[in-house]
Design a protein around this ligand. Structure first.
Ligand code: S3P
Length: 188
C-alpha cells in the first residue's frame, strides 16, 4: 500500500471541490499546490499570477502604483471569479485569507488548507526572492513575525491545518493529502 492509498477516501473523492492553500509567504503554497494538483489530476491555479494577468502589471507594480487597498480589492474579485471555475488547486497570496470577504468566499466555495511552518524557515526562503513588496528592503523575520501575530487567527479558520516544518515539499504533500482525506471522510 502506498502513502497515497492510506485512507478509505480515494483520490477521486478529493476532486469534487477546489482546494485553496493559504498561509504566510514562503510556506510553499505554489510548490506544494503544483504537486497536489498533479497527484489529484486537477488544474493548478495561482491567484497572484491571475491578479497580475488581470491588472497587466506585477504584484510589486500594483502595490507601488495603486497601493495595498486596491491590490486587496482586485485580489478579492479575481479569487471570487476563480472560485466559480471547475474544481482546481488554488494557491492564494499570503494576505488573501486574512481579508474577511475573501476568506468568506474561500470558505464557502473551497476546502481551505493552512500550510504552517517555522518562521525562521520562511524567512530564509523569503530572503532568496525580491519580488514581494511587503518585505522589500525590510528584515523578513520582523515582517513575518508581525504577520504571524496578525494573521494566524484568520488562518486558523481554515478547514485543515498542516504543519510542514522544515520537511521537503514532497513530504508536506503527503501530510496535505492525509489531511484532505480525513476532512472529506469526516464530512461524508
Ligand atoms: C502577500 C503575499 C504575496 C502576494 C503579495 C502580498 C501577503 O503572495 O500576494 O505580495 O500579504 O502576504 P505569496 O504568499 O504567494 O508570497
Amino acid at each position: 500500500m502506498t502513502e497515497h492509498t492510506k485512507s478509505p477516501v480515494s483520490t477521486p473523492d478529493l476532486r469534487s471541490r477546489t482546494i485553496a492553500l493559504v498561509g504566510l509567504m514562503g510556506v510553499g503554497k505554489t510548490s506544494i499546490g503544483k504537486r497536489l494538483a498533479a497527484v489529484l489530476e486537477l488544474p493548478f491555479r495561482d491567484a497572484d499570477e491571475a491578479i497580475e494577468t488581470a491588472a497587466g502589471r506585477s504584484i510589486a507594480e500594483i502595490f507601488t502604483e495603486r497601493g495595498e487597498d486596491e491590490f486587496r480589492a482586485g485580489e478579492r474579485r479575481v479569487i471570487g471569479r476563480m472560485l466559480e471555475d471547475e474544481p482546481h488547486v488554488l494557491a492564494t497570496g499570503g494576505g488573501a485569507f486574512v481579508q474577511p470577504q475573501t476568506r468568506a468566499l474561500i470558505k464557502s466555495r473551497a476546502i481551505s488548507v493552512w500550510l504552517r511552518a517555522d518562521l525562521h524557515v520562511l524567512a530564509r526562503r523569503v530572503a532568496r526572492k525580491d519580488t514581494r513588496p511587503l518585505v522589500a528592503g525590510k528584515d523578513p523575520m520582523v515582517v513575518l513575525q508581525a504577520q504571524a501575530e496578525a494573521r494566524y487567527p484568520a488562518y486558523a479558520e481554515a478547514d485543515i491545518v498542516i504543519d510542514t516544518g522544515e520537511m521537503s515539499h514532497a513530504a508536506s504533500l503527503e501530510l496535505v493529502l492525509e489531511g484532505l482525506r480525513r476532512h472529506v471522510e469526516m464530512k461524508s
